[in-house]
Design a protein around this ligand. Structure first.
Ligand SMILES: Nc1ncnc2c1ncn2[C@@H]1O[C@H](COP(=O)(O)OP(=O)(O)OP(=O)(O)O)[C@@H](O)[C@H]1O
Length: 273
């Protein structure tokens, strides 16, 4: 199944410390959305979305263009503030928290469009992210070797070690997505929101990026929420699929159950499931 979107993208990660949190210990969802809504200029973009995400789960969001997937990610990551409802991380209400505060709790995200600086090298991107993650001022550029170990480790994890001195504008689309993941991984997020990480990536580069994301989830135990239009990427990756439609959560189940769901079939009449 492929929903109507032509974009592709992807990224990578770094080997990090254990990511199991107190949610796993208590058995409660690491992330819980209760009746989340977002209204802009009278238009309801996200409408009454409620769901729970287990620690270590891979939950994929699918749905046609404009269904509200990115908007929901913006609400969860704190880019935008929900108009109503409650967002809980590890049982704590974070609805009113700013994006940086949620990031410090271990919630990280990538964006659908590239967030790289064309003239900066791969290593400089990761070093700057490491400095930001450690609370350092962006105006005080520390000695390059301060974060050398961290940079080397993350670049090795994402397969970008040989591109350390290459500027972002000279990278392939797949490498750019890897670098965006590397920047994310520096902060060692245990809950990652990946917004179309395969967007713009060539078909040849998709398998390696998919494998990298899989390893971040399976081998490092990270909880992953990912928007992706291509079912071939999600099959074997996602534990559950959340189907968004007109801002609402149309279905939430295993990939097999979602693909067999009559409501989903009806909603996407004309789309191959
Ligand atoms: N800041 C905003 N102000 C007004 N409308 C917005 C805003 N952000 C998003 N929208 C609208 O909300 C709807 C949902 O957009 P959103 O980007 O969340 O969808 P999506 O499911 O991620 O789509 P795609 O698959 O194309 O990325 C769209 O109609 C979009 O135009």
């Amino acid at each position: 199944m492929t929903f109507s979107n032509t974009s592709r993208s992807s990224a990578a990660a770094a080997p990090v410390s254990g990511v199991a949190g107190k949610a796993r210990a208590s058995g409660q969802p690491v992330l819980r959305l209760r009746d989340i809504g977002w209204t802009v200029g009278g238009a309801t973009i996200v409408d009454s979305v409620s769901l729970g995400v287990r620690e270590g789960e891979f939950l994929a969001f699918i749905g046609p263009n404009g269904a509200g997937k990115t908007s929901l990610f913006n609400l969860v990551s704190g880019i935008n503030r929900a108009s109503r409802g409650v967002i809980e991380l590890d049982g704590t209400d974070i609805t009113a928290e700013a994006a940086y505060a949620r990031s410090r709790r271990g919630l990280g995200r990538t964006f659908q469009s590239s967030s790289l600086w064309p003239g900066m090298t791969v290593a400089e991107h990761v070093r700057l992210a490491a400095q930001a993650a450690s609370g350092g001022s962006h105006r005080l550029w520390r000695r390059a070797d301060t974060y050398a170990h961290q940079v080397t480790r993350v670049l090795a994890r994402t397969g970008l070690g040989h591109r350390a001195d290459t500027t972002a504008d000279a990278l392939s689309h797949g490498e750019k997505r890897k670098l965006e993941l590397a920047v994310l991984l520096v902060g060692e997020p245990r809950l990652m929101l990946l917004d179309e990480p395969m967007a713009g990536v060539s078909a040849e580069e998709v398998p390696a990026l998919t494998e990298l994301i899989r390893s971040l989830h399976r081998e490092e135990g990270r909880t992953v929420l990912m928007v992706e239009h291509h079912m071939d990427v999600l099959m074997g990756l996602a534990d559950r699929l959340a189907v968004m439609h007109h801002g609402t959560l149309l279905a939430l189940d295993t990939p097999q159950a979602v693909m067999a769901d009559a409501t989903v079939q009806q909603a996407y009449l004309g789309e191959e499931l």
